[in-house]
Design a protein around this ligand. Structure first.
Ligand code: ADP
Ligand code: MG
Length: 621
């Protein structure tokens, strides 16, 4: 029975992507075939797995394969698989909408991108799958039947806003995608996708490693056109960089080359092969809740699962690739994997290998790969400083930070330590919201005067790990905005004596705002700054917690004064001469407000501050 066809609208994101594809400026149109073959291969993997798990399922798994047909007369190209297929609901959900997280961001970025090279790059990063068909076709017909169901589905669209969908009887299991090729490409040999020779070339180039047979029939003869060899099972000397790159595109659903390929093999009692990739760019969902991890698990060449979280820790979630283990059971579940000792061993080795690979990139003469890696993934990697105690040192080794040494360049900790001055005991850092506010912060003054380098940490995660990680190469991390600094103190006992009355009075006067007022050895040019106790939460972290909706008690910090500054000296003599007064109390309040502003903080009562300031300026006229 055939139901009448319904016309439905594409979801709006999907519609925008389709428009993009129809009017595509993407230079490499051939990639549409890679996407269709990649989907067909995934569908065969899924069917094999489902048939294995569910013995009741009425499906035929005898001859799983992909077929490509061309019809030069009708100008069609068909990619067919006898895989898992889709139900009507599946088609609406999977083809009619884009469920990929980060789609909205992608489209927004694309809109903002003006030049075409940059938009191509973005399109490549997003990895548009099925819709790539519309680069070469002006109409696409999809026929599909979900394995185990009797009901087939026919879907058709010209890519312009709507599609038709109807239920049809008697379809073979699996999916056929029929592309009605654009007439304008007929003239151009380069885009003659009805030519079997052309198709074979494309398959060889992009899909040779697909482990299912890809067949083509020419005349009477049917031949398999791919070698079907799993890349990770081939000896690495046999595999070209291009082949690795194309394989990466298949597993990662990315259209760009990876930054680095990592191979790992273990023989012996527990045999496995791993083929991992560091992508060239971060996925749009790297910091989203629904993000996935990118390693697939195979058992003896059989695909078992995507997104195998047991194989890669959270902080390395951007690593893509495949692990093929020989001795696992085919019906291993995620829960079992989490407990499995051998999987844990594999994971430990993979992690170490990824970290050591990055370290090698770092040592490379050409800084491009490491710099790209760090720019794209550094923020995620630093999460490992909190989560992965075992590899903390290895992670610290591959970190880079902005520093006061050279505003143009990031520094590794090793380089920092090598530059440390005689007598410098700590690795100094300052956290904050922006580079600029840190670099202008009064806290840095004495450190810069002494030539001590300070790391400039602006990622939210930096606020967390600096508290968790004690040191690097026996040097402790020390915030320049926390605790007492022991830069050889040139405040004399005499000064301390002189100031003690003022400090006691100020501590009481400003008790709403600070817990103590004391003299500072951090300052050279500013009159005052605010510092925390060693274990105090920093203002940025306090703000972050509040933004996350966490209740925070108000944290009082310490006001430090520069005894050498004329304003502070004047305050002292005025207090010594005339004792406390409302005018002095206001000056103290202004001093506190200035210190807060100088570190990029926000005033509790800006209106009051400006009013006080205006009054005092007036008096000075
Ligand atoms: P992706 O492969 O990155 O998920 P695609 O646009 O290529 O994105 O495909 C969208 C979804 O449509 C796939 O995830 C899959 O569920 C479904 N799909 C596409 N082609 C097939 C096919 N040949 N057989 C079964 N399902 C398919
Ligand atoms: Mg796909």
């Amino acid at each position: 029975m055939t139901t009448s066809a319904e016309t439905l609208e594409f979801q709006s994101e999907a519609r925008q992507l389709l428009q993009l594809m129809i009017h595509s400026i993407y230079s490499n149109k051939d990639t549409f075939l890679r996407e269709l073959v990649s989907n067909a291969s995934d569908a065969l993997d899924k069917l094999r797995l489902e048939a294995f798990r569910d013995k009741e399922l009425q499906v035929d798994t005898d001859d799983l394969h992909i077929e490509i047909d061309t019809d030069p007369e009708k100008r069609t190209l068909t990619v067919r698989d006898n895989g898992i297929g889709m139900s009507r609901d599946d088609v609406v959900a999977l083809i009619g909408t884009i469920a990929k997280s980060g789609t909205a961001e992608f489209l927004k970025k694309l809109k903002e991108t003006k030049d075409s090279a940059a938009s191509q790059d973005l399109i490549g990063q997003f990895g548009i799958g099925f819709y790539a068909s519309f680069m070469v076709a002006d109409k696409v017909t999809l026929l599909t039947r979900r394995a185990g169901s009797d009901e087939g589905v026919r879907w058709e669209s010209e890519g312009e806003g709507t599609y038709t969908i109807e239920t049809v009887p008697d379809l073979p299991q699996g999916t056929s995608v029929v592309l009605h090729l654009k007439p304008e490409d007929a003239e151009d040999q380069l885009f003659d996708y009805t030519s079997a020779t052309k198709i074979k070339q494309i398959v060889k180039k992009y899909s040779d490693f697909i482990t299912w047979p890809i067949r083509m029939t020419e005349g009477e003869e049917t031949a398999t056109v791919n070698s079907m060899k799993a890349l990770w099972a081939r000896s690495s000397s046999d595999v070209t960089e291009d082949e690795y790159n194309e394989f990466y595109k298949h597993v990662a659903h990315d259209w760009n080359d990876p930054l680095e390929t990592i191979r790992l093999q273990a023989e012996g009692t527990f045999e496995y092969q791993a083929l991992l990739f560091l992508p060239g760019h971060a996925p749009l969902d790297l910091f989203m809740r629904e993000r996935k991890r990118g390693v697939q698990l195979y058992v003896k060449r059989v695909f078992i699962m995507d997104d195998c979280e047991a194989l890669m820790p959270e902080y390395l979630r951007f690593v893509k690739g495949v692990v093929d283990a020989q001795d696992l059971s085919l019906n291993v579940s995620r829960e079992i994997l989490q407990q499995d000792r051998q999987i844990q061993l594999i994971r430990r080795r993979l992690v170490k290998k990824v970290l050591s690979t990055v370290k090698t990139l770092m040592a490379d003469e050409n800084p491009y790969k490491y710099e790209t890696f760090w720019k794209e993934f550094g923020r995620a990697v630093k999460e490992g400083l909190l989560d992965d105690h075992e590899n903390r040192t290895a992670i610290l080794d591959i970190c880079s930070f902005a520093s006061t040494n050279d505003p143009e360049k990031l520094t590794s900790l090793r380089e920092y330590v090598e530059r440390m001055k005689d007598g410098q005991e700590h690795i100094y850092y300052l956290t904050g919201e922006s580079r600029q506010s840190i670099e202008n912060s009064p806290h840095l003054e004495a450190f810069q005067a002494k030539g001590y380098e300070v790391l400039v940490l602006t990622d939210p995660i930096d606020e967390m790990w600096v508290d968790a990680v004690s040191g690097y190469e026996e040097k402790q991390f020390q915030s320049v905005a926390k605790g007492e600094v022991e830069l050889d103190d040139d405040t004399t006992d005499e000064q301390k004596e002189e100031f003690s009355g003022l400090l006691t009075w100020l501590t009481t006067t400003l008790s709403e705002q600070v817990k103590e007022v004391r003299l500072s050895s951090r300052l050279t040019t500013s009159p005052a700054c605010i510092v925390g106790d060693t274990n105090d939460v920093t203002p940025t972290l306090e703000k972050m917690y509040r933004a996350m909706g966490q209740e925070m008690p108000q944290i009082k910090r310490i006001l430090e004064l520069n005894p050498g500054h004329p304003l502070v000296a004047g305050l002292r003599s005025s207090f010594a001469d005339k004792g406390e007064s409302e005018g002095l109390a206001e000056t103290a309040e202004l001093l506190y407000g200035m210190a807060l502003l100088a570190e990029g903080g926000e005033l509790g009562d800006p209106a009051r501050f400006t009013k006080l300031l205006a009054t005092h300026l007036q008096k000075a006229l």
